[in-house]
Every structure is written in C-alpha cells, then in structure tokens.
Design a protein around this ligand. Structure first.
Ligand code: PHE
Length: 454
C-alpha cells in the first residue's frame, strides 16, 4: 500500500465530529457508565460525572486537540513539537502504549458483545434466569476459547477499517456507525420508557439523593469521565492531527463532550427504566448487560418484542465498541507508519499483533483463576495500569504542556484557528486558569486516590 502523506485530513466537519465522538462514545458510556452508576447510587453519581466531565473534560480535550493539530502528525511527533524537545515524545509514546493496552482488554468485552449479538440473532439469549446464567457461565468456562478468538477477531475487524485510511476507513465507518448507534439508542429508550413504572428508573437517574455523595463516588466519577472521553491516551491528539486548519477546536470540543455525556445519559435511560419496571436492581456490576438485561427484556416485553430489543441492544454495544477500537488502533498505526519505513498496512499488522497478545492474555485470565499479577487477572492488571496510572498521567502531562510549556502564541493560533475565529478574553483566561491550575490539581488528586494515597 502507498505510504500515506502526513497531512491527511478528515473530509468534512461532520466527519470530524462523528469520528471523534465515535472514539469517545463506547463501552465506557453504554456498559461501564450504567454499571458504575447503578453501583454508586444513581443520580448523585450522574451529577458529579456531568460536572467533572465539563470541568476537566473540556480543557483536557482542548489540550489534546491543540497539541495534535499543531503537531499535524502522530502522537509522539506532536508531543515532541509541543514540548520543543525530543524527550516530550515519551509522553506521546506512553499515550500510544496506554491506548494499545486498552485496545487489548477492551476487545475482550467487545468480543462478548459480538458473541451475544450472534446469540441474540438466533434467539439464544433470552429465556429463564437459569438459561441466562448458564449462557454467561459457558462463555467464561475454562475450556471455552471463544473469548480469546473473538477478541483477536475484533482487533482484526478494526484493522480492516483502519487500513482503508483516514477518510475511506475511519471517517466513512464513523459516519455510518455513529448515527446508527444514536438511532438504536433512541428506539431502545422508547421501548424501555414505555414500560409500566419506568418513571422509577428515570428518577433513579435524574433525581439525586445528596446523602449518597462522598469522596469515593467523586473519584469514581472522575475516572469514569476520563475513560469515557478517551482522555490521556493520545487518541484525541492523533485524530486532531487530521483536523483541518479551519476546524474550530473550542466548538468541536464542546460538541463532542456534550455528545459523550448525552449518550451516557441515554444509556442510563435505556437500562434503568426497564430494570425498575420489573423490579430488578441495576447494581449487578460488570455482568449488568450480559446477565441482568436479558432477564429484564424477558420479563418486560412479550417474547417477539424482547427478541427485537435484544438484537438491537447487542448490535448497539458492538457498534459502540467498534467506533472506539478504531481510534485506539489508529494511534499506534499512525506512529509506526509515520516514524518507521513500514507502510500503513504493515504498521496496522504490528499494532494488531501486539494488541492481540494483550487481548488473548486478558481473555484467558478471566476464565482461568490465578492467571495474572499481584493477585488480579491480567485483564484487571491492564485495566488498572491504564485507568489508574497511564490515563491520569497522560492527561496531566498534556494539560501541563499546553498550560505551561507551549508558547502562548501557538496555543492562541490553535484556539482561534490562525485568527479565523475571535479571540475572546474570557475564553483564554478560563482556559489558562483551568489548564494551569484547576485540572492539574484535580488530576493529581485522582492519581493519589487511585494509588490509595488519599
Ligand atoms: N472512550 C471510550 C469509551 O467510552 C474508550 C476509550 C478510551 C477510547 C481510551 C479510546 C481511548 O468506551
């Protein structure tokens, strides 16, 4: 395949929004957010999540966009340029490694979603509680290698899109998948909210019980916001290198953040009303969408409707996962194809091979007790390493570079797209106040909390 030129861009503004929102919207919003929300008291958690996403998310995403578009190349090169010294490339490299590790273990859950989608099509998901439990237990059985195979298959599916390039691959796929995802969500919300007692679920999501607020919930919400916005992995930075010169970074950031929060809320509106209508507590943890939801569908709807709902639900999860894995794959593929003589397709093979090893280790460790380090499974090892260390570290370095290291004129040139958009004093002041002081302090707090220091 022909070696891609550095200044490849997304073709349209809509393409930029869909591709970047597709990266942000993923299993984090549709699987992890309702799960964590269910376990941490509902609306109080949601409130903190929304506030934190807006407070840290907007400056954090802006920071990555500024570094990415200013660099115009892969993450390692863009961080080098932003910091003005070669050593800053390491921050980009940590982001790339983090994104690749996430792709590895994320593809395991994505594989489960594909498996459940296939089962749902053949009407194999619904049934008695015993059948539902057995289905999940079978998937996780030590002699079942399906999760390993599906994890690798999902990475290869992602690669097939990546190798088609930025416009014909990423942008094209996102333009189809993101609107489909939103449509499926709306249909499923309609089905869920039309059930009797659905309002109890809406209240759980929207009516905060302030007694449930505490530091633990706040830190959970911080971590959730990070992962959900794809912050700290250089994903956003890599995508920003494909933005056009005239792309308005501030406006795009606000739009993408709002889409991400809206989708998380919509996922809650899809899950909680249905669960509450049949008196099922939505606090099951990670098995929520694989064990609780089939049971909810079975009880809440006549079988034919439950069939259609379950097919749409697992298709939705699969699509959400794919739009995110594309962005995780792209970070590594961009670095290797631009920094080495390898072509884009060969670079993609290297990324897939590395992530497949992580994926297989993660999948295998979930079905074999004792496979992993420090008493955890490899899956949890990779999850904790990225969520507790690499993501906060990446985001902290990003925000510090933009706030303190990059020349102010460069930051301003990006904020205003070279003077194309007005330079508003309050925007500049707020941006610097947050990126120099507020965000670093908050991120250091998350970091210390995750490492059990506070
Ligand atoms: N934001 C994605 C989600 O919510 C996950 C992700 C993390 C994607 C880091 C890219 C990089 O599922």
């Amino acid at each position: 395949m022909e070696k891609e030129q550095n200044k490849v861009t997304f073709a349209t503004r809509l393409g930029i929004i869909f591709a970047t929102a597709g990266s942000a919207v993923g299993l984090g919003n549709i699987w992890h957010f309702p799960t964590t929300c269910g376990q941490n008291g509902g609306a109080a958690f949601v409130l903190l999540y929304v506030i934190i996403t807006l407070l840290i998310g907007i400056p954090g995403m802006m920071g990555e966009f500024i570094i990415g578009r200013n660099g115009g190349k892969n993450a390692v090169s863009s961080y080098r340029k932003a910091g003005g010294k070669k050593v800053f490339g390491i921050i980009g490299a940590i982001g790339v490694l983090g994104g690749s590790l996430i792709l590895g273990f994320y593809s395991v859950i994505a594989g489960w979603c594909v498996y459940y989608f296939g089962l749902a099509l053949g009407d194999g998901v619904l049934g008695s509680q015993e059948h539902i439990n057995n289905t999940f237990a079978h998937l996780m059985a030590p002699d079942n290698y399906m999760p390993c195979i599906l994890s690798v298959a999902f990475i290869l599916l992602t690669q097939m899109i990546i190798v088609r390039g930025v416009r014909k691959g990423i942008e094209w796929a996102s333009k189809i998948m993101v609107p489909t995802l939103i449509m499926l969500l709306i249909l499923l919300i309609g089905a869920s909210c039309s059930l009797p007692n659905a309002f109890d679920g809406i209240r759980f999501l929207l009516n905060p019980d302030f007694t449930k607020l505490n530091a633990h919930v706040a830190f959970k919400a911080l971590g959730e916001a990070f992962f959900s916005l794809s912050l700290g992995t250089a994903c956003l930075c890599t995508y920003a290198s494909y933005f056009k010169e005239e792309t308005n970074l501030l406006r795009s950031t606000v739009e993408i953040t709002l889409i991400d929060v809206a989708v998380a809320m919509m996922a809650g509106l899809m899950i909680f009303p249905a669960a509450f209508s049949v008196n099922v507590e939505p606090d099951a943890g990670p098995s929520l969408v694989f064990m609780t939801m089939p049971n909810v569908f079975e009880q809440a709807f006549p079988h034919s409707v439950a069939y259609v709902v379950s097919v749409m639900f697992y298709l939705l999860l699969t699509i959400a996962a794919l739009t995110s894995t594309i962005s995780m794959h792209e970070i590594g593929t961009a670095v290797i194809s631009q920094e080495t003589p390898l072509s884009r397709s060969k670079a993609a093979w290297v990324v897939s091979a590395f992530c497949s090893v992580i994926g297989v280790l993660s999948a295998y460790s979930l079905s074999h007790k004792g496979v992993g380090l420090f008493g955890d499974s490899f899956f949890d090892n990779f999850d904790k390493l990225t969520a507790n260390i690499m993501l906060p570290l990446g985001a902290l370095c990003t925000i510090l570079i933009v706030g303190w290291v990059m020349p102010k004129e460069t930051v301003m040139a990006e904020l205003t797209s070279g003077g194309l958009y007005p330079r508003r004093a309050w925007v500049v002041k707020t941006f610097y106040f947050f990126s120099r002081i507020v965000c670093p302090i908050l991120i250091v707090c998350i970091f210390m909390n995750k490492l059990d220091i506070i």
